[in-house]
Design a protein around this ligand. Structure first.
Ligand code: NAD
Length: 280
């Protein structure tokens, strides 16, 4: 067994099987003030990890989330508002986490934005922002945390990609490019970490009803000339054979599993959690 990250399945009073970490791990989750990132942060805190939250939002709400996670799960939860378009702020986020917790064991690259537009009208600034936040930020966090993971012989890098890392949809050129790019980045980092106890994987969710998805419904309706209800039924869930949205809890559980030693041989993978979307 590698030097740590040992996870054990235990049964609580309600009979729920939970994955808990026997060694205290410290995780950064980018974009964890909302949606999937918050779901992953909550699952990681629940498993016993210390958590560094990141992302934008109302300061009082973020502090309430931070305090709730810390109190509910008895772990250290901090917040750093680094902007994922700013490499120097990303470096400071990793350094701040190291100072707070002693070391950085897990990095979850989750922060992401979307813009829906035909390519000929796609705003250049939106393209640049999507590539910076959804792709380049994962390079910057990994670059900053990799040496210490290597030195300790243990690390986990988890990239929240998308089904759009595997297949495309029209009007999402920047997003699809960034998500396909992150799968290539994942494979490269997986190879570089393979003999150092570090794994790097991508999780590829289908549609999750988070603020990011809710916000693109009006734009998609406009781009396709259909109603918002039709977007949900005929565009979003049309591709998802289960006809159900993926939940943040399901994604959090997979991310926690990837941090276990049972997952030590899962490396460089793109793991779809999409109700069968990309099986078609
Ligand atoms: P969301 O809008 O609910 O959350 C996005 C998070 O990223 C927020 O915390 C936000 O503050 C943060 N963020 C945005 N710009 C940032 C910046 N410049 N610096 C730091 N933080 C920033 O979105 P979500 O749906 O939870 O998406 C999270 C990730 O999951 C994204 O990478 C997205 O592409 C991916 N994803 C989402 C879905 C889905 O259906 N919701 C599906 C597949 C993949």
């Amino acid at each position: 067994m590698a030097q740590g990250g040992a996870a054990a399945l235990s049964q609580d009073d309600t009979g729920t099987r939970e994955l808990t970490m026997s060694i205290k791990r410290n995780a950064i989750i980018t974009g964890s003030t909302s949606g999937i990132g918050l779901g992953v942060a909550e699952a990681m805190a629940k498993s016993g990890m210390n958590v560094m939250l990141n992302g934008f939002g109302d300061a009082a709400e973020i502090e309430a989330t931070r305090a709730r996670l810390a109190a509910s799960y008895g772990v250290d939860v901090r917040y750093n508002g680094a902007d994922m378009t700013k490499p120097e702020q990303i470096d400071a986020l990793v350094a701040d986490t190291r100072t707070a917790f002693g070391q950085v064991d897990v990095v979850v690259n989750n922060a992401g934005i979307q813009h829906v537009s035909p390519v000929e009208e796609f705003p250049i600034a939106k393209w640049d922002a999507i590539i910076a936040i959804n792709l380049s930020s994962a390079f910057h966090t990994s670059r900053a945390a990799f040496a210490e993971m290597k030195a300790r012989g243990w690390g986990r890098i988890i990239n929240i990609a998308s089904a759009h890392g595997l297949v495309a949809s029209p009007f999402k050129s920047a997003y699809v490019a960034a998500k396909h790019g992150i799968l290539g980045f994942t494979k490269t980092i997986a190879l570089e970490g393979a003999q150092h106890g570090i794994t790097c994987n991508s999780i590829c969710p289908g549609y999750v009803l988070t603020p990011l998805v809710a916000a693109q419904i009006p734009d998609t309706a406009k781009a396709r000339g259909i109603s918002e209800e039709e977007v949900k039924r005929d565009v979003l869930l049309a591709a998802q054979p289960t006809k159900e949205f993926v939940t943040v809890e399901q994604l959090g559980a997979l991310a926690v599993f990837l941090c276990s030693d049972d997952a030590a041989q899962i490396n460089g993978a793109a793991l779809p959690v999409d109700g069968g979307w990309t099986a078609q």
